[in-house]
Write a protein that binds this ligand. Structure first.
Ligand code: DLL
Length: 433
């Protein structure tokens, strides 16, 4: 453990610390961010009404649009001269979401990232290849700072330049790979195409994968390809970046660093707080961030939270995997379809390279759902490959799960664009009215 005195805290100690910090942070936000002062006033409350964690529900929720509406510095709670770094994520609306950090915020983020690596089993002896994008995205620099804080060796390849990436992985004797799961899957495929034997030519033992949803099937594939243990890492730019939660060596849920993040689960439709064990939308309050305090921030990510001791000895609550987003459900001809359902079906058909797929929606009056899926390279070349038969099989299996018929298009291996960052599995070409 990187910070055992915090990581070993029992539930009641964690909650006590959270409560002290929460009360202080509410006051910080109220006194220094006009948006929060106004919201409290509109609701007829002041920080004096927040005395325990159970009072959290009284505070209005914060949403991504609040950050956009106050672009770029509207939620700043400290003088701009105290800000030492910023990051931004590009949104669909074109207005970026900007996040800011003071020196102390940066130290917190570094520590959280070092803890995140250590919880996955990474030590100062490791050689960490960081294939997340560097720059405004928080992935690259977040993982970079963590390597330094831990005292491991960094190989800052960033994304792309796959041939050089593989060469570095072999020559530097990289032991830990940090990347999006889609890029890790692509690296596995590219390594084989370049003539590497990933199990023998590389020294990888741990993978730190996140920034997008990925399935158990994808985990198995990455682990089998590289002979490593793949850890799920969760975060978002508004909450520093990566390093909010990570799987420990037991790979059974992601520990949220609860000394820094207060988590609640709400019903995404009503906003009501749900009891433990119920699936809902994760809402986070950052407990010590100075530059940009966020109170009850809606993530749109859906998950179940458990507060139980883990075999690793930590009591920090666990996200039992992100189950999707409140806004990723597609409505096709009146039927609810989750991209993860389609991924699950495709990953379980061995004749397909299940992770390389694309969902295309077309239509004006009637919706049409197309699923493009690449055939597994060896099977594609074999005599057993019968395109019509496989297409029918995939369509039938999808229908059994989705209750509607998708048109499947089988593609030769390598046909779909590969991604270095987050995968884009859905292309919606429908005419919206
Ligand atoms: O993706 C930060 C990050 C970088 C996390 C590297 C982990 C590793 P954003 O670009 O702001 O920040 O995107 C945040 O990505 O709300 C989730 O919907 C999704 N996401 C992140 N991690 C996971 C994960 C970074 N492990 C958004 N599983 C979040 C599922 C994830 N979804």
């Amino acid at each position: 453990m990187f910070e055992p005195e915090i990581e070993r805290m029992k539930t009641d100690q964690i909650k006590k610390l959270q409560e002290e910090r929460f009360i202080r942070q509410v006051r910080h936000a109220y006194e220094n961010v006009p948006m929060y002062k106004k919201r409290f006033r509109d609701k007829g409350i002041t920080p004096d009404d927040i005395r325990t964690l159970d009072d959290a529900y009284k505070i209005p929720l914060t949403v991504k649009d609040d950050l956009r509406d106050h672009y770029p510095y509207g939620i700043l709670a400290v003088p701009l001269r105290d800000v030492v770094e910023m990051h931004a994520s590009s949104g669909t609306t074109g207005i970026p979401t900007v996040v800011t950090y003071t020196e102390r915020d940066m130290r917190t983020w570094r520590r959280l990232m070092a803890r995140t690596y250590a919880a996955a089993g990474v030590t100062s002896e490791d050689i960490v290849q960081n294939a997340y994008g560097y720059g405004l995205f928080t992935g690259g620099l977040g993982f970079h700072y963590g390597i330094q804080e831990l005292g491991a060796m960094g190989v800052p390849t960033a994304t792309g330049n796959t041939k050089r990436q593989l060469r570095m992985m072999k020559d530097m004797k990289t032991t830990v790979l940090a990347a999006t799961p889609s890029y890790a899957l692509f690296l596995g495929e590219a390594a084989k195409a370049e003539g590497y034997d990933p199990l023998n030519d590389f020294n990888l033992r741990i993978g730190m994968f996140g920034a997008e949803p990925w399935s158990e099937e994808a985990r198995k594939k990455i682990q089998d390809t590289f002979g490593l243990r793949a850890h799920d890492v969760y975060g978002m730019s508004e909450l520093y970046g990566p390093g909010v939660a990570v799987e420990c060596e037991h790979q059974n849920g992601l520990h949220i660093w609860a000394d820094e993040f207060l988590v609640e689960v709400i019903d995404p439709d009503t906003g009501e707080v749900l009891e433990e064990g119920k699936k809902g939308e994760l809402v986070f309050t950052m407990l010590t961030r100075e530059a940009m305090p966020l109170l009850r921030y809606r993530t749109k990510d859906l998950a179940v939270i458990e507060w139980e001791e883990c075999e690793c000895g930590r009591y920090h609550p666990r996200i039992m995997r992100i189950k999707g987003r409140a806004d990723d459900m597609l409505i096709v001809g009146g039927v609810n379809v989750f991209p993860s359902q389609i991924e699950h079906v495709l990953m379980n058909i061995e004749e397909l390279a299940g992770e390389f797929f694309q969902i295309v929606l077309e239509g004006d009056i009637l919706d049409r759902l197309y699923v493009k899926a690449e055939v597994e390279p060896k099977f594609f070349k074999s005599d057993k490959y019968d395109a019509a038969k496989l297409k029918k099989k995939v369509e039938d299996e999808l229908q059994a799960v989705l209750t509607l018929r998708a048109r499947v298009e089988l593609l030769a291996p390598g046909s779909l664009p590969r991604t270095e960052g987050k995968a884009k599995h859905v292309v919606d070409l429908r005419h919206k009215t």
